[in-house]
Design a protein around this ligand. Sequence first.
Ligand SMILES: Nc1ncnc2c1ncn2[C@@H]1O[C@H](COP(=O)(O)OP(=O)(O)O)[C@@H](O)[C@H]1O
Ligand SMILES: CC(C)(COP(=O)(O)O)[C@@H](O)C(=O)O
Length: 251
Amino acid sequence: MFVPAHITGFFSIHIDREVLKTGSKGAGITLNRGVKIEVKEGRGRIYYNNKKVDICPVKKLLPENFDLFLTSPFPLASGLGMSGASALGVAKLFYNNFLEKAHTSEVLCGTGLGDVIAQYVKGFVIRLKPGLPFKVLKINVDKYVVVDVLGKMETREIIKDNIKKERINRVGERCLNELLKKPTIENFMKLSYRFALETGLMDDEIKEMCKTVKNSSQSMLGKTFFCVVDRDEIKEVCSILNDPIICKVIN
Ligand SMILES: Nc1ncnc2c1ncn2[C@@H]1O[C@H](COP(=O)(O)OP(=O)(O)O)[C@@H](O)[C@H]1O
Ligand SMILES: CC(C)(COP(=O)(O)O)[C@@H](O)C(=O)O
């Protein structure tokens, strides 16, 4: 079982009394790299790249008589939707209503708001309303994405902070309105960079990297640089990055 990574460029947070209706609006891209999911009979243990871990949304979904083995080129908490991908993958294996189960577990754990929906839809995904049933604009793009993970950021700490949430929502709503006027991947990247700066979430090191690479920003919510490039730009971009991972948008 494979579930794609998802990079959110910008978003706004929408909490509803009903968990299913809780989620985010915003935009992001799904990648041809993500999480490989395998299960064996066991005792409810979760392994991520062979290391025993506790991933809240996955724990809520994994039956106690199975062990779960997750493999990914991306670390957890790097803003690439690894928690959402892991939850969606496990839900697909054990539940008919897998989308609702995965979305609900992410929301209840505070580890995600819209990743699961984007990872289900794939492509360049503009989320027009929070939660389920989803309402999205899906755009297929033929682009490469180069990712450079510089560190970690715990999603839960950010989306549960009311001061940060206010800034995220004010800037995120504005970015969505702007993107809908011109729904191109280039405009998405420009607005993602603006979002990272104006919310104060932009890491200084990533800000410097973005000055040298066009169509680049920081993945939300993580300390991860990403840029959208054409094939003939890959070599030059990789030459200035620390540990580049080359992906493609998966449609
Ligand atoms: N070594 C680890 N580093 C970061 N998160 C971890 C680790 N082990 C388990 N976790 C859990 O993984 C989940 C990461 O979720 P999140 O911050 O949304 O990351 P992502 O951006 O990859 O989706 C959290 O539930 C966190 O507690
Ligand atoms: C941005 C975020 C709230 C978190 O994403 P991640 O850190 O990758 O779990 C995402 O779920 C979204 O709603 O767009």
